[in-house]
Design a protein around this ligand. Structure first.
Ligand code: GDP
Ligand code: IMO
Ligand code: MG
Length: 428
């Protein structure tokens, strides 16, 4: 993905999350100097397999598994300071050297216990089926200018005032929601007091660091979390997350200029999954959904919830290609489809008798959408040992060719298993 022109490249999910971004970032990070998360927080679960070891990263960029690569959490991320250090300590226990190569933007907002409480106790969280990590309430406070940032940890008096305001507001909302639970200011301040020295030791002006790195010719990977259809502006609103997951969010959330970004890799599964509530037009009947879930191990990496499974939706991915400006596509989990005798690709939605080929902005239309399918032959042969396109069965190549034509973005990578080496990387 990197060349002399392309020094900053974004990796985004082009469906509803869990497309395999972690695996692709890990692969691309081999040639990167920096990997930066730009939005979301501990709602993400990015899985990387190295040999027999499986690592699930929630807040730390997947580049941390590549020796010498510097990693950063940009200003657009909402940081859960408590679980961040659990994650760091687990990596260190697994023998991964984190010391001196993890940075946190001092402008990033904090996810505090009252945000998690609100996420769990209010109906907004339940209706959407959130991950319960406090993401929505933390971004609400940020936008309402009520948030607490990493840099506030440097000023104990200001911190007490800001956290006090946040806790009082949260308790009012909890009372309004009919919950008997309340957030506690002193407990929150005690937790922050414990982690402040460690967090402040990582705090930096990440935008400036990345700007300087790019000026010096470094290769920077911007790691998206969630998926394009969970973007608060472009996704299946209101069944979305609370940040801009798409490539536009990368510049804002990392603190760099949009024009520095030259490459955008969209990661898609060879089928579709979704975890949480909201429409999924190509959702399979329970029997086939369960079969794919079993074959693809489709359980949430953060919450363990069963993922809902559907056929590949070309309307969704073509839309994602447009809003992200995808320059490349990575198709993952092709191997999961190996045993199916035929496959469907959704090419449009019928809504009230009309055929729509563009993704609708109104979730009510999406809920009514009846997918129009094109059926193709399965290949019924293993693909997990293929390392070149030529080694794939003909129907698998035809399936990929059809996807490429329908979504209007070139496929540069095909993933055929969980391991690092199970990738077909097409020549640039
Ligand atoms: P992310 O959130 O986009 O990083 O994706 P997740 O880690 O939540 O979910 C993707 C899952 O698919 C993980 O368990 C990966 O190990 C797994 N995976 C990624 N690529 C492949 C592949 O090509 N084949 C198979 N079978 N599994 C894959
Ligand atoms: P990665 O980065 C899949 C979903 C939740 C819920 C909605 C809002 O691993 O792809 P939130 O907790 O963000 O307020 O929940 O978004 N969601 C994800 N789905 N993968 C994720 O992350 C997700 N992060 C959030 O299930 O429907
Ligand atoms: Mg995930």
């Amino acid at each position: 993905m990197f060349d002399s022109e392309k020094r900053a490249v974004v990796v985004v999910g082009a469906q509803w999350g869990d497309e395999g971004k972690g695996k692709l970032v890990d692969i691309l990070a081999e040639r990167a100097d920096w990997v930066v998360r730009y939005q979301g927080g501990a709602n993400a679960g990015h899985t990387v397999h190295i040999g027999d070891m499986q690592v699930v990263l929630h807040q730390i960029p997947s580049g941390i598994l590549r020796e010498g690569v510097r990693c950063a959490l940009g200003n657009g991320v909402v940081i859960d300071p408590d679980t961040l250090f659990t994650e760091i300590d687990e990596l260190v226990a697994d023998g991964i050297d984190v010391e001196g190569r993890l940075y946190v933007s001092d402008r990033a907002h904090l996810v505090l216990p009252h945000h998690k409480l609100l996420d769990a106790e209010t109906c907004a969280g339940r209706e959407i089926g959130t991950t319960g990590r406090g993401i929505g309430p933390a971004y609400e406070d940020k936008i309402a200018r009520r948030g607490v940032r990493v840099l506030d940890l440097r000023h104990p008096d200001r911190l007490r005032m800001l956290v006090g305001r946040g806790v009082a507001f949260a308790n009012m909302q909890l009372q309004h929601a009919g919950s008997s639970r309340r957030a506690d200011l002193e407990n929150t301040l005690a937790m922050l007091g414990r982690i402040a020295p460690r967090l402040l030791a990582l705090a930096d002006d990440v935008g400036l660091a990345i700007h300087r790195a790019l000026a010096g010719g470094a290769a920077v990977l911007l790691e998206g979390a969630q998926g394009s259809l969970l973007d608060v502006d472009h996704g299946s609103y209101p069944f979305v997350t609370s940040s801009n997951t798409t490539s536009g969010g990368a510049a804002v959330g990392a603190g760099i200029a949009p024009m520095t970004i030259r490459g955008v890799l969209g990661v898609v599964k060879a089928y579709t999954t979704r975890v949480g509530n909201g429409p999924l037009p190509t959702e399979l009947d329970e029997e086939l959904s369960e079969r794919l879930r079993r074959l693809g191990n489709e359980y949430g990496a953060t919450t363990g919830r069963a993922r809902r499974c559907g056929w590949f939706d070309a309307v969704v991915v073509r839309y994602a290609a447009r809003v992200n400006g995808l320059t490349d596509l990575a198709v993952t989990k092709l191997d999961v489809l190996d045993t199916l005798d035929r496959l469907a690709i959704c090419i449009g939605y019928e809504v009230d008798g009309d055929l729509h080929t563009e993704f609708p902005s109104d979730v009510a239309s999406l809920e009514k959408a009846m997918p129009r399918y094109e059926w193709v032959d399965g290949w019924q042969r293993p693909t997990s040992d293929a390392r070149t396109l030529a080694e794939l069965p003909k129907p698998a190549r035809a399936y990929l060719d059809r996807i490429e034509a329908l979504v209007d973005a070139p496929i540069s990578f095909v993933s055929v298993g969980t391991r690092r080496d199970q990738i077909i990387g097409l020549p640039d």
